[in-house]
Design a protein around this ligand. Structure first.
Ligand SMILES: C[S@@+](CC[C@H](N)C(=O)[O-])C[C@H]1O[C@@H](n2cnc3c(N)ncnc32)[C@H](O)[C@@H]1O
Length: 231
């Protein structure tokens, strides 16, 4: 996959464990790739500003990075995961999307003369003047209809989901084919114009899935774009 909207640059300020919080067992996602996928999906929705949902949010690194870097294009962020530990960490990261949260993080790092303080100060500058983003975090099983039905999906236009790879994170689901089950739920409950991006390095995750709108490979990652179900 060629990067069309995200020039080669130093994205280290957004890296997990830098200003963003990280923890063992919560894998992060490449920053430049998340920016590129977001932009491609946003363009496919036809909207300039979109609501963003990560249903397998883990530490929330994708949505927090996008909120920091592309805040002007995001109206709201929804982050859900089946793991309570993951959502706790995601909520902490999403706290960085508020002026207060980011300033506190910058102050904390500066007071300790931490090398990362400069990065935090740069992010504060970047966020200055950008409209606040509403964030919601909750624990749900993205493969269960009863759970997905309870989520407020009005205003969600783009979904980006980094599927569990089977090493650091695994699916927790009763479904025989969790990725298919999740995609079916998302396509059924989202509005027609919404775009769903699934990423995985396991071909098996895409077995028996409906035909995608677009498909790419990036290194070992397989990336597929789907439209919500218009039938
Ligand atoms: C690869 S990680 C996502 C990492 C995340 N994209 C990030 O950037 O921090 C996959 C996540 O899927 C979650 N998960 C597994 N089964 C799930 C299910 N049925 N419903 C919701 N989340 C699930 C795991 O708890 C894990 O946090």
């Amino acid at each position: 996959m060629k990067f069309e909207y995200t020039p080669g640059a130093n994205y280290a300020d957004f890296a997990s464990g830098h200003v963003l919080y990280s923890a063992p067992g919560h894998p992060a996602f490449p920053v430049r790739l998340s920016l590129e996928l977001f932009e491609r999906a946003r363009l496919l929705t036809g909207r300039s500003r979109v609501g963003l949902w990560d249903p397998l949010c883990g530490a929330g690194s994708i949505v927090t990075t996008l909120g920091l870097a592309r805040g002007e294009a995001i109206t709201q962020v929804l982050a859900t995961d089946i793991s309570e530990a993951a959502t706790t960490l995601a909520a902490k990261n999403l706290g960085l999307l508020t002026d207060d949260g980011l300033r506190r993080r910058a102050r904390f790092l500066a007071e300790r003369s931490d090398d990362r303080a400069e990065a935090a100060a740069r992010l504060c500058k970047l966020r200055r003047g950008v409209q606040p983003i509403t964030t919601t975090v909750s624990v749900i099983d993205a493969t269960r209809e009863v759970d997905v039905r309870l989520v407020a999906l009005d205003g969600i236009d783009v979904v980006i989901a980094d599927l569990p790879y089977g090493s650091q994170t695994v699916w927790t689901s009763d479904a025989g084919n969790p990725s298919r089950q999740m995609l079916e739920q998302l396509r059924f409950h989202l509005q027609d114009h919404a775009v769903i991006v699934l990423c995985s390095n396991r071909r098996a995750d895409f077995e028996d899935l409906p035909e995608s709108l677009r498909a790419f490979k990036h290194g070992k990652r397989i990336i597929k774009f789907y439209r919500a179900d218009t039938s």
